[in-house]
Structures are given as C-alpha cells and as structure tokens.
Design a protein. Sequence first.
Length: 230
Amino acid sequence: MNIVVTGASQGIGYEVVRKLLGNSEHHVFALARNKKKLESLSKYSLGSTYTYFAFDLLKDNYKNDLIPEIIKALGKVDILINNAGLLINKPFAKLTNKDFDLLFDTNVKSTFKLTRDLLPHFAKNAHIVNISSMGGYQGSSKFKGLSLYSASKGALGILTECIAEELKDQNIKVNALALGAVRTEMLSEAFPGYEAPVRDDEMAGFIIDFAMKAHHYINGKIIPVSLSTP
C-alpha cells in the first residue's frame, strides 16, 4: 500500500507511521514541519519503504513543492490519512481572528488543498481518511473553550460527506473518524493534567485498520470513535 500521513511528527500521526513501518508491504510518505522527528521514525522500518518530507501545510506551494515529492516517491496513492490538526483551548470572548484562521486553515483548508491537488494521483479504490473530533460531531457533548476547534472539525465532517459524493464516480472513498479524547501532546498542552482514556498508539492501530478495510463497506460517513456517549 502507498500511504500518505500528515501531522506525522507527534501524537497519533507519529504512531500511525510507526505501526505502518512494521509491515514490509507498505510504502509510507510522512508529512510534518519537524524534519528531525520525521527522520527519527526511520528506525522503525522493518523492510517497508519510508519517505518523509518536512512541509508546512499552511503554505500555498502544494502543487510545486509537495505534490511532486509525493508522486516521485509513491507514483499512486492508495490511502491518504489527513491527520494534521490544531487545538486551541480559549474562551470564546478571547478568541482572535488569527485563532480562527489558524484553526480553519489547519483543520479544514489543508485537507481540502491536499486532497484536491492529489486527485489525479489516487489509485483505484483509494481511501481518504479525515481525522475529525467528537467536538465537531452533531449532538455530542460540547466543552467551554473549544468553540472554534469544534466548529472547524464540524466543517471537516461536512467536507468529508460532500467530497465523498463528488468522488464516488472516480472510485475514491472518503470517510472521517470523529475521535474522542486521546493521550497526545496536543491534548496535554490544551488540557494540562487531564489524562485521556485511550493512548495514541491504541488509536493509531484502530485508524490503520479502518483505513485499510472500511472503504470496502462504507463511504461518506463520519464515524464516532469514543468511549463516551454523544
């Protein structure tokens, strides 16, 4: 499988790549801004092919600088895991225009841009998996300080449903996973002292299994993945 993973330098993305590299059948292309952390994943490769590329998804040079690197390494993409994300925990009254732009550019626009620019390069029956959040899942419990974060993840869910409909004639499947709390660096920074019930490596295993199999049965769905009830 030729697999692209964004946000691969820490947390869930890091663990997804680490686990994928344990299978010699995979060719993994990992994206993040931190080159050293991406490079550190090389030691986990057990016969798999690993390519990493330091890239800031908030930049506009996808077509010129990023897409050619992916195609040179993979040729065609079987699985795209849009995992890169940002969480800002701040009261609504104190949120700034910059916070809005950062959250929506990271959590929605980067997924839109990468998916759009990779469209000519997906393999038959490819699967795009967008990592959303229970905060953006309609009817779930909502929390103070997460209004813009949750709104951006809600937008990602609707984007998932819409592009799944548009791409089904191309035999490209698109689904989203709305994750509950997971032990990651991002969560710890936003909620100091809180310990989530699920480890990042545990959730990574679930995401990999979903990415490999779920598109044979479902398309355009937002799947809640949480130990709590919405």
